[in-house]
Ligand binder design. Structure first.
Ligand SMILES: Cc1cc2nc3c(=O)[nH]c(=O)nc-3n(C[C@H](O)[C@H](O)[C@H](O)COP(=O)(O)O)c2cc1C
Length: 240
């Protein structure tokens, strides 16, 4: 494979936040799951399990559970100054896109007992992100591979972070054992429209050779300006 082929795929991969209901061939879904299987994980623990939801009623219910939890998030986000508010919440509630039409939602669960595969020190010391850090990074990698594979088929995917405000409801809905954690859900489908290309910082701004170039270290004010600018640039991605 040529490096430019890989880079092209990586640049073309796009978060979609609204989908056409058109079905995805099962062979595509299998290949996408196979990509998740090959993700890197701490000590090769492979803590993930994938629940592939295709039932329309279940997908609608997952979307409803998430929408309900967003009401609380919206109140919290609206307490921020508008310039720094997450772009998703700059859009009025009734205009937010949603994944209810996606033909497939992959629910990525993790078995936290598997982090014991990592070095024993990780279990005893809570530094460096705590013992669950490796577990979370590993699940993130599987999510990433799934997104990349979906892009090969011209599909859009959304990375939806699940938190404790709705994880329990999801687990009950999908019969997921209490022991497992649900970290991300990934709706996949043909995008409703071509998502706006997102902003990326320039390579030169983030790369340092041999030693960190302190001229590139950003002040607090620059970071605040950066986040405000990011919000403005991100807005189109969250508009339906
Ligand atoms: C850890 C993580 C959490 C994310 N959580 C969400 C989320 O909850 N909802 C969402 O729509 N996108 C989420 N995203 C996707 C990012 O918003 C997206 O990758 C970013 O805006 C860049 O756009 P792109 O994916 O099209 O390049 C998440 C991505 C990561 C890596």
């Amino acid at each position: 494979m040529e490096i430019d082929t890989l880079l092209d795929l990586m640049r073309r991969r796009r978060s979609a936040r609204r989908f056409k209901p058109d079905p995805i061939p099962d062979e595509h879904i299998q290949k996408i799951l196979e990509a998740g299987r090959w993700a890197m994980s701490g000590a090769n623990g492979q803590p993930w399990e994938f629940v592939v939801v295709k039932d329309r009623d279940l997908i609608q219910e997952v979307a409803r559970i998430r929408r309900d939890c967003q009401k609380h998030t919206r109140v919290m986000e609206e307490s921020r100054v508008k310039e720094l508010r997450h772009a998703a919440y700059l859009v009025p509630a009734n205009e937010m896109p949603g994944f209810k039409d996606a033909p497939v939602v992959i629910v990525i669960c993790g078995d936290p007992r598997v982090y014991q595969a990592t070095v024993v020190a990780a279990h005893f010391y809570a530094g460096d992100g705590g013992p669950m850090a490796t577990f979370h990074k590993s699940i993130g990698n599987a999510t990433q591979f799934i997104h990349l594979a979906a892009a090969v088929f011209g599909l859009g995917a959304q990375w939806i972070s699940v938190d404790s405000t709705w994880e329990g409801q999801l687990k009950r809905l999908l019969d997921i054992p209490e022991m497992l954690s649900v970290q991300t859900i990934v709706p996949i489908g043909y995008p409703h429209h071509k998502p706006a290309p997102p902003f990326r910082r320039k390579l030169d701004e983030m790369v340092h050779y041999d030693k960190y170039d302190s001229a590139k270290f950003r002040t607090d004010e620059q970071i605040q300006e950066y986040i405000a600018d990011l919000r403005r640039r991100s807005l189109p991605a969250y508009q339906a």
